[in-house]
Design a protein around this ligand. Structure first.
Ligand code: IPE
Ligand code: IPE
Ligand code: MG
Length: 255
C-alpha cells in the first residue's frame, strides 16, 4: 500500500503505532440501542452517547492524518424504525450540524454527504448542503456522512444516470466501465474504503458501500458504538496494519 511518510509520522506523533495507515476508514456505528438497553436507559440515550463517540473518532482520525472517514449515520432502511426514534435521530443530526459545523470547519474538515436526497425534509437537506458548501475548500480530513444511504439505491441511481447519458447520446454503452460506474456513484472521486469497522458484534454490511467494499478489509468489534474510543480505534488500525492485501494476486515472497 502506498502510504505517505507524512501520515505515518503524524500517526506516531499522535501515539498511534500504525505502519500502514488506511487512507479511508468507514464506520458502521452500530449498537447504540443495545448500549442504552443494557443500562436500563431509553434507546435515544444510546444515540446521544453515540454522538460523543463520533466526535472523538473524528478528532482522532484528524490527528492521525487519515484522509477519509465515512460514517453510516442513517440507512435508507432505518425509516422502518418507530416514528419516535426516527424523529430523535433527525433532531440529533440537526443538532450535530448546527453545533459542530463551525468547529469542524475551523479544523479544516471537508464534509460530504452521500445517500438519497429526493425525499428528505427540506430543513435537513438545507443543513446538509450548507455543511458541504461551507467546507468545500477545506483540505484536511474528508468526513463523508452516509445519511438516508443504501448501497443498492445508490447503484440504481448510478445506473439511471448512465442510462440517461446513453439515451441522450452522450455516452456509448461500451464505455460503461467499472470506472464509469464508480464515477456515477455518490462517492465519486473518493478512494474506496481500505478498512470498514463495525461495532457491536454484528458481522454484516447492512447495505453499506457494496460496490466500494470490493477489496476493503473488515474489522468487527464487540464494543457498542458509544464505547468506541481512541484505544478501540487504535486497535482497529493496528489490526489493519497486519493484514496482507493481495487483490487477487500473490504476496511478494510467494513470487
Ligand atoms: C446504530 O445503533 C445507530 C443507527 C442505526 C442509527 P442502533 O440503533 O442500530 O443500535 P442497536 O443495533 O439497536 O443496538
Ligand atoms: C446499520 O445498522 C445502519 C447504521 C449504523 C446507520 P442497523 O442497526 O440499521 O443494521 P441491521 O438492521 O442490524 O442490519
Ligand atoms: Mg443496529
Amino acid at each position: 500500500m502506498n502510504v505517505s511518510p507524512d501520515r505515518n509520522q503524524q500517526a506516531h506523533a499522535a501515539g498511534g503505532s500504525c505502519e500502514n495507515l488506511p487512507r479511508h476508514v468507514a464506520f458502521i456505528m452500530d449498537g447504540n440501542g443495545r448500549w442504552a438497553t443494557a443500562r436500563g436507559l431509553p434507546r435515544t440515550e444510546g444515540h446521544r452517547q453515540g454522538l460523543e463517540a463520533l466526535r472523538g473518532t473524528i478528532r482522532h482520525a484528524g490527528k492521525l492524518g487519515i484522509e477519509v472517514v465515512t460514517i453510516y449515520s442513517f440507512s435508507s432502511e432505518n425509516w422502518n424504525r418507530p416514528q419516535t426514534e426516527v424523529s430523535f435521530l433527525m433532531g440529533l443530526l440537526r443538532r450535530f450540524v448546527q453545533r459542530d459545523l463551525s468547529e469542524l470547519h475551523d479544523a479544516n474538515v471537508r464534509i460530504r454527504v452521500i445517500g438519497g436526497r429526493e425525499d428528505l425534509e427540506k430543513g435537513i437537506l438545507a443543513l446538509l448542503e450548507e455543511a458541504e458548501q461551507l467546507t468545500r475548500n477545506n483540505t484536511g480530513l474528508n468526513l463523508v456522512v452516509a445519511f438516508n444511504y443504501g448501497a443498492r439505491a445508490e447503484i440504481a441511481r448510478a445506473a439511471r444516470k448512465l442510462s440517461l447519458q446513453v439515451a441522450q447520446g452522450h455516452l456509448n454503452s461500451e464505455d460503461i466501465t467499472e470506472d464509469a460506474i464508480s464515477q456515477a456513484l455518490d462517492t465519486y472521486g473518493l478512494p474506496d474504503p481500505d478498512l470498514i469497522v463495525r461495532t457491536s458484534g454484528e458481522m454484516r454490511l447492512s447495505n453499506f458501500l457494496l460496490w466500494q467494499a470490493a477489496y476493503s478489509e473488515f474489522y468487527f468489534c464487540e464494543k457498542h458504538w458509544p464505547d468506541f474510543d481512541e484505544a478501540a480505534f487504535d486497535e482497529a488500525l493496528s489490526c489493519f496494519s497486519n493484514r496482507q492485501r493481495r487483490y487477487g494476486g500473490l504476496d511478494a515472497e510467494a513470487l
